[in-house]
Write a protein that binds this ligand. Structure first.
Ligand SMILES: *Cc1c(COP(=O)(O)O)cnc(C)c1O
Length: 464
């Protein structure tokens, strides 16, 4: 499989090349040159496979023979052995044809473990063979940081530096990042906000000359293709359990960067019968405004109970727009150049194509808390606020009542107790393996909001 940039300005790359980078050199995002498509017979034959077996079926076409089959199997099996549920991604019933897909049974209690456990091991596999080292650099508002640190800490060929905004992440989120052991793990608390952290990371990727010549930076946010690829698997897993390919299903996806829902869109393109994909946003509703009104523009950032979706611009949306523009890089580059300066829209015909696949809703904090309280009362299930946004959006957009509706449960409620308490419920306990989190020793360094200072920290601490 070859990968091309959405901006059309660089030659096709291998899986390995795409894994070991971030944005494409032309500023675009990498996408597969073509999608593997599975027939209904093939998909039917996967009923009853374990999660790891299914994952191998789905990702192998994207990797080809670049990673030996036996090594890939070990990577996948080891990654999902870290999860504390035998099904890895169990479904749980909320009501008539209404389900949640529990994606929070990994080590850091959010769906990001599905991809980052694998990403860390894939990097180790590839870098060992190439006798190469890399530096992982990422900014986080919470969940990505801990999942990336947890996934990469065992790698002997990686030093990992995660920037978070000093005193602006929740206590649980900070503790989850700063208590990860390892000589190759570095947490930097930047004296600024999340956007400042992201700006520093972007600038560092754009000019890597501060690094020793034999090192380069690798991205762990969802611009890294390997993350999207791993997230396709749970759409297949959930749909198969409810009767796919002979039964169509719909998904509701709480989304920020459009990464998770883009994986669902790919699953549909690969032959999974997905009726609707519902884009669930909080008050930060750029995607909802586009889907419902064909308006694509930036507004101000709102702070909400679902902080992992508090973002202004969904970076992965570019991957979808590339398809919507029939893979015309020139048209896409022009569209992206105008973004932020004016309110953009697509042609009526393109927008109809959007509407044929996606629905959307924006859910505020009050409605989020109402859903948390209501679902707890009727089912005894405690939803985290991101999941509650998804469940509410699913109910608002409910189409054909006979089609199962699956909302992705993206985090464990104990990670976001503020919303649970506001919903009038008792704060949930952390799962067993994290009970002593607040007694563990923290390690982090406070740094000024300055690229030069961050670069200096990296060069003094990375091994090469
Ligand atoms: C990251 C995250 C999201 C948003 O995922 P995207 O891939 O950015 O759309 C939703 N919920 C939780 C709990 C998250 O950590």
């Amino acid at each position: 499989m070859r990968y091309i940039s959405t901006r059309g300005g660089c030659p096709p790359q291998t899986f390995e090349e795409v894994l070991l980078t971030g944005l494409a050199p032309d500023g675009g995002l990498f996408v597969p040159e073509s999608l593997p498509v599975f027939s209904p017979e093939e998909i039917r034959g996967w009923q009853g496979l374990s999660y790891s077996e299914l994952a191998l079926k789905i990702i192998t076409p994207f990797i080809g023979n670049e990673i030996p089959a036996a090594a890939l199997r070990t990577v996948i099996e080891d990654s999902y052995a870290e999860f504390d549920h035998s099904e890895v991604a169990p479904l749980s019933k909320l009501g008539d044809q209404e389900w949640i897909l529990e994606l929070y049974h990994g080590p850091t209690l959010a769906f990001k473990d599905f991809a980052l456990q694998v990403l860390g091991r894939l990097l180790e596999q590839v870098l060992t063979r190439k006798k190469q080292r890399v530096v992982i650099l990422g900014a986080t508002s919470g969940d990505t940081g801990s999942a990336a640190l947890e996934g990469c800490r065992h790698s002997n060929h990686v030093d990992i530096f995660i920037l978070h905004p000093h005193q602006r992440v929740s206590a649980v989120q900070r503790k989850q990042m700063t208590t990860v052991p390892g000589d190759n793990v570095f947490n930097l608390a930047v004296e600024g906000n999340f956007d400042d952290c992201q700006r520093i990371v972007k600038a560092a990727f754009a000019d890597q000359s501060f690094l020793p010549a034999d090192l380069s930076l690798v991205a762990v946010n969802s611009i890294n293709w390997a993350r999207i690829m791993m997230q396709i698997v749970y759409y297949f897993s959930a749909a198969l359990k409810l009767g796919a390919p002979d039964q169509a299903v719909s998904f509701s996806v709480p989304t920020g960067n459009f990464g998770d829902v883009f994986a669902g869109y790919l699953a549909k393109g690969m032959g999974l019968p997905i009726e609707r994909l519902i884009i669930a946003t909080n008050k930060n509703d750029i995607l909802h405004r586009f889907i419902s009104r064909n308006e694509y523009s930036i507004t101000d950032l709102s702070k909400t109970f679902s902080p992992s979706m508090d973002i202004l611009v969904s970076s992965n949306f570019e991957r979808y727009l590339f398809d919507l523009f029939d893979r015309d890089s020139v048209a896409l580059t022009d569209f992206m150049a105008r973004f932020g300066k004016e309110v953009l829209s697509v042609s009526t015909q393109q927008w109809q194509r959007v509407r044929a696949c996606f629905d959307s809703a924006s859910v505020d904090d009050e409605a989020t808390c109402q859903v948390i309280a209501e679902v707890f009362k009727h089912t005894g299930k405690l939803l985290d606020p991101h999941t509650a946004v998804g469940v509410k959006a699913a109910r608002d957009c409910r189409g054909e009542a006979s089609i199962p509706m699956i909302s992705l449960a993206t985090a464990h409620p104990a990670k976001f107790s503020e919303a649970i308490i506001s919903a009038g419920l008792a704060a949930p306990e952390l799962p067993e393996h994290l009970r002593d989190l607040f007694d563990r020793e923290e390690r982090y360094t406070v740094v000024p909001n300055d690229l030069g200072e961050v670069a200096r920290f990296i060069t003094t601490h990375c091994r090469h």
